[in-house]
Design a protein around this ligand. Structure first.
Ligand code: AP5
Length: 257
């Protein structure tokens, strides 16, 4: 069971890392908010989906299998997901904590987190002990609009939206000029399948976190600046911490493009 710590000194002196688990349906804005929070809190953003997509680019047997499963909107088997996560957390860059985007996605994965999945040779504590779950709530019609307009950089995976976050030059990434592409699983039929899987497999986790830890409910329909501001304000209040970049949400967002 999670132990949520309600009193913390300043983030800079933080003795125990915090894990922020970002939950919500496809297109809720998990990646967008995780990236912003990671910058504000100066902790790594670990996106399981992005890590899996990078493995899926490989023409190995595992890469081809991953590519096929993800293109169909299916969940990837735990063995592969855990391997990817274990490899990522073997890097010693999360002394202050981390943002976990896309994990857990099933009750089984949530239980693995609690059983010490995030224990690493670099940390005395099990990182899963101090966990805040964040739920971005959005309507189905919003999801369809967001995913049909999403474009990602073929090289660095930066995320854009044709209407709400267009690149400076049409079809090109602001950061490296590479071509923007449509994610294979953003086709409408696949989006509907991912939504179904989310309802079946992932939505039950919300109740689990309400009962076992602290679930922060956030209206994900708002402009992203407002959402980010609401999240950092709530986290600061819940954990009695000061987040270094909290006063600069707008400028951090501008720096992020
Ligand atoms: P993953 O990449 O995690 O996909 P997802 O959970 O379906 O989420 P998305 O990335 O589609 O959306 P998002 O919520 O991050 O939204 P974003 O910020 O991009 O996983 C992909 C696949 O990997 C899974 O289907 C599965 O196969 C596999 N997988 C991953 N984790 C797994 C696990 N634990 N176990 C097993 N399999 C796993 O925003 C979307 C768009 O909206 C963007 O264009 C953005 O610019 C725009 N936008 C964002 N916020 C706003 C806003 N507030 N207002 C207006 N527009 C906005």
């Amino acid at each position: 069971m999670h132990r949520l710590v309600f009193r913390f000194p300043e983030m800079d002196e933080q003795p125990t890392p915090i894990v922020i688990v970002v939950l919500g349906p496809p297109g809720a804005g998990k990646g967008t908010q995780s990236s912003l929070l990671a910058d504000l809190m100066r902790v790594p953003h670990i996106s399981i989906g992005a890590l899996l997509r990078s493995y899926a680019r490989d023409d190995s047997k595992v890469g081809l299998r991953l590519r096929a499963m993800m293109a169909l909107g299916q969940l990837v088997p735990d063995t592969l997901v855990l391997e990817v996560l274990a490899t990522r957390i073997s890097e010693p860059d999360y002394a202050r904590g981390l943002i976990l985007d896309g994990f857990p996605r099933t009750l089984g994965q949530a239980e693995l987190l609690e059983r010490g999945l995030l224990k690493s040779p670099f940390q005395a504590n099990n990182l899963g002990d101090n966990l805040v779950a964040l739920h971005l709530r959005v309507q189905r019609s919003t999801i369809v609009g967001r995913l049909s307009g999403r474009r990602i950089c073929s090289r660095c995976s930066a995320t854009y939206h044709l209407e709400t976050q267009p690149p400076r030059v049409n079809g090109e990434c602001d950061f490296d000029g590479s071509a923007l592409t449509v994610r294979e699983d953003d086709r409408k039929a696949t989006v509907l399948k991912r939504l179904h899987i989310y309802e079946q497999e992932t939505a039950p986790i919300l109740r689990h976190y309400t009962e076992n830890a602290s679930l922060l409910e956030v209206d994900g329909e708002q402009p992203k600046e407002n959402i980010a501001h609401e999240i950092v304000t709530a986290i600061q209040g819940m954990l009695r911490i000061s987040i270094a970049g909290a006063k600069n949400v707008q400028s951090t967002l501008e720096d992020n493009g």
